[in-house]
Design a protein around this ligand. Structure first.
Ligand code: NAP
Ligand code: MG
Length: 405
């Protein structure tokens, strides 16, 4: 038995919920722990533990990423009313991802994993479409109110310097309805733009930014203006690298993306990025093939799979039924974190291990061993799908061969 490779600095590990948690532990046990020795800072964000700590553990985990620089996260439940009942929670805790994103003030980049025998649903897509999602504010940091009687809703801005208040009428309610107040900050939008420009430069991708400034002239217009200011500042560098920038209306962008062959970074406002990344992920094959990384302006990284806790599979799992859940994106969350650690620590052996593991996953699928989500779309067709654990075991066998070669 060869010695494990030592990872120099700590990685923050954030555990999660349901089927995602089941595969998370299999990945650690079979693909990570036997090969690398990591100083893990572990935080359990499983819903019961968040509830027990009054969600303090989420803030602690985010702060640990700020300190360590690199984190890796399992999918977690964002409770709605049904979940509060299901897990008997003290309250409907906020989205842990939302909390972590606001502490890191980051941009989320979502990139599909392309595998030869998994053709995209959109025939003309040939290269990855990467979604850059602004991960601060808008509806994810909003206040909302259900209006239960007639009355008037207003936006009030009270300047910190004691100068005059600004009041803006939203609506005169004649009966019940809803209101929402949301915000964003210039500095966050600017770092979003910068993060996207840096990503486009480093990956040599064209950069698209979309919003709806024809309708939201102030809010979306502000985003468009800040974005183009940053583009102008980076103009020379973008030009030298042959990177084109386009501003598009969101609805036009959707149409253009579908018609394209891919190969661009599509910068999206928070909600658009949430929705479009699932559309793009599914278009490329499966949510199980979409990776996600949160990058803060200070260069802190959190890697995760883009999918959720895969609850339908989990309900089968706890009934004792076999499942076929794709662990690819969760494995790539680990390889992303390891490779970033290796880059920051200047330990190339860690980067090599990460790419060896990624290669093992891709080759396993290319040899026809894959979970059901991929089997349904594989070309050439595959007759049999692997169960959750069978797939991970097949990857482990391949990895062992390369590792000990
Ligand atoms: P989901 O867990 O992503 O699953 C939606 C469906 O997509 C699944 O039922 C499954 O389809 C397919 N799928 C997703 N990941 C897959 C995988 N790895 N392998 C195979 N199939 C996969 O989304 P959801 O059901 O909307 O949300 C479930 C929970 O996850 C919610 O509580 C939500 O709050 C949470 N969530 C967390 C995160 C996060 O932590 N980053 C993100 C999104 C959602 P079939 O059922 O057709 O097989
Ligand atoms: Mg989402």
């Amino acid at each position: 038995m060869l010695k494990k490779i030592k990872v120099k600095n700590p990685i923050v590990e954030i555990d999660g919920d349901e089927m995602a948690r089941v595969i998370w532990h299999l990945i650690k046990e079979k693909l990570i722990a036997p090969f690398v020795d990591i100083d893990i800072r572990y935080f359990d964000l499983g819903i019961k533990h968040r509830d027990k700590t009054d969600d303090k553990v989420t803030t602690e985990a985010a702060n640990a990423i700020v300190e360590a620089g690199v984190g890796v996260k399992c999918a977690t439940i964002t409770p709605n009313k049904d979940r509060v009942k299901e897990y008997n929670l003290k309250q409907q805790w906020k989205s842990p991802n939302g909390t972590i994103r606001s502490i890191l003030d980051g941009t989320v980049f979502r990139k599909p994993i392309i595998i030869k025998n998994i053709p995209p649903a959109v025939r003309n897509w040939k290269k990855p479409i990467i979604i850059g999602r602004h991960a601060y504010g808008d509806i994810y940091k909003s206040v909302e109110l259900v209006v239960d009687r007639p009355g008037s809703a207003e936006i009030v801005f009270t300047p910190g310097d004691g100068s005059g208040k600004k009041v803006l009428k939203i609506h005169d309610f004649k009966g019940p309805g809803v209101v929402m107040g949301m915000h964003n900050t210039e500095s966050s939008i600017r770092s979003f733009a910068k993060a996207c420009i840096n990503y486009a430069l480093s990956e040599k991708l064209d950069l698209w930014f979309s919003a709806k400034d024809t309708i939201s002239k102030q809010y979306h217009g502000f985003f468009r203006d800040v974005f183009s200011e940053e583009i102008e500042k980076a103009g020379k560098e973008l030009k030298t690298k042959g990177i084109n920038y386009r501003y598009l209306l969101i609805d036009d962008a959707v149409a253009q993306v579908i018609k394209s062959e891919g190969g661009m970074l599509w910068a999206c406002m928070n909600y658009d990025g949430d929705v479009m990344s699932d559309m793009v992920a599914t278009g490329f094959g499966s949510l199980g093939l979409m990776t996600s990384v949160l990058v803060s302006p200070e260069g802190k990284y959190e890697f995760e799979a883009a999918h959720g806790t895969v609850v339908r599979h989990y309900y089968e799992h706890i009934k004792g039924n076999p499942t076929s859940t794709n662990s690819t994106a969760s494995i790539f969350a680990w390889t992303g974190a390891l490779a970033k650690r290796g880059e920051l620590d200047n330990t190339p052996e860690i980067i090599s291990f990460a790419s060896m593991l990624e290669k093992s996953v891709i080759e396993t699928v290319e040899k026809g061993i894959m979970t059901k989500d991929l089997m349904l779309i594989a070309n050439p067709p595959v007759l049999k799908f692997a169960l959750t654990e069978e797939f991970i075991d097949a990857v482990a066998a391949r990895l062992k061969k390369s590792f000990f070669a």
